[in-house]
Design a protein around this ligand. Structure first.
Ligand SMILES: Cc1cc2nc3c(=O)[nH]c(=O)nc-3n(C[C@H](O)[C@H](O)[C@H](O)COP(=O)(O)OP(=O)(O)OC[C@H]3O[C@@H](n4cnc5c(N)ncnc54)[C@H](O)[C@@H]3O)c2cc1C
Length: 287
């Protein structure tokens, strides 16, 4: 089912993001998480795409598997950096054949080990190029694109980043899912700025309940999201169970505030685990 149709019908949507496990022995963790999270009737779930190529084939397999075996509405992430036009067209055909209606169109991070940057940008330079190609090849897909409440890490300022987001919108994107953030003020300011730039697409908030502070600091350093100092301090030198409880409590308050302010959707970065997300959803009485 197209996410754009769901968004136009429903006041608010719920979604979960997974990644394809690299090792076969970790697959059962994902199976269990999907099984548990399915009970919350997500409007869709999404499967990330390895920009470096490592898990690319697995993404398509997992997307199909989740749709067919778990009967969930699925969105496949698709990055275009270092991809060819022909390769992307083949993936689009495969998605269509498999009855997958939703694509999250991304450029992907620039791989550090890349020798020839121009070669990587030969067919696609930005995510907007991918959105344009998808629309050209098959206009029936519902297309989501990434938005960055604190600005994208490569972009000198947020205004410029929003102008670039507008290019994805103009090429035919249907909705936006944000990078994770921990301070809702970034999100509300971002919504105000989008309005000023005449971007009226639905914006789904990316939420990551923290269960391990060191991992989150590493992750947010990579993507440029700010972890509040008081949260870092509160979590330092705590046991895993204590960190989980602090993280769940924080994410519950964050989501409650977003819901009170009519957020269009909550998209949980689950990291293939279900416990923290489920605890937040229970606290919010979203079951
Ligand atoms: C919800 C979400 C899910 C994600 N899933 C994945 C995933 O599955 N796999 C993965 O590898 N990565 C994923 N990412 C990370 C993403 O690939 C990186 O953030 C990447 O660095 C940028 O991708 P983008 O699609 O936002 O790129 P773009 O929209 O192309 O933007 C990249 C940079 O270029 C600038 N820019 C864009 N257009 C122009 C232009 N015309 N002129 C000048 N500058 C321009 C932008 O301001 C930005 O700084 C995800 C991010 C989010 C928020």
């Amino acid at each position: 089912m197209k996410i754009s149709d769901i968004l136009s019908r429903k006041e608010r949507v719920l979604s979960f993001e997974f990644f394809p496990p690299k090792k076969v022995e970790n697959e059962h963790i994902l199976f269990e998480s999907i099984e548990r999270l399915k009970r919350w009737n997500p409007d869709f779930v999404s499967v990330t795409y390895g920009a470096g190529g490592s898990t690319r084939d697995k993404t398509l397999d997992w997307t199909k598997k989740i749709k067919d075996d778990y009967l969930l509405n699925v969105m496949m992430h698709l990055t275009c950096i270092a991809s060819t036009r022909e390769g992307v067209i083949n993936i689009l055909k495969e998605l269509k054949k498999s009855g997958i209606d939703n694509i999250f169109a991304l450029r992907g991070d620039i791989p550090e080990e890349l020798d020839n940057i121009e070669e990587a940008f030969k067919d696609f330079r930005y995510a907007s190029d991918l959105v344009r190609l998808i629309r050209e090849v098959d206009d029936s897909f519902s297309i989501g694109v990434a938005g960055y409440p604190e600005g994208h890490i490569e972009c000198p300022n947020i205004g410029e980043d929003i102008e670039n987001l507008k290019k994805k919108v103009d090429q035919g994107a249907d909705f936006i899912i944000t990078q994770l953030f921990f301070d809702n003020r970034y999100f509300y300011d971002y919504l105000d700025m989008l309005e000023k730039y005449c971007i009226t697409l639905p914006v789904i908030a990316g939420i990551m309940p923290i269960i391990n502070i060191k991992q989150v600091i590493k992750f947010t350093d990579m993507c440029g999201a700010t972890v509040p100092e008081y949260l870092k301090n509160k979590m330092m030198d705590r046991s895993p169970e204590e960190m989980l409880n602090i993280g769940v409590d924080f994410a519950t308050k964050q989501c409650r505030d977003l819901l009170e302010n009519n957020v269009k959707g909550l998209h949980f970065y689950t990291l293939n685990r279900s416990r923290a997300t489920i605890n937040v959803l229970k606290n919010l009485n979203l079951d």
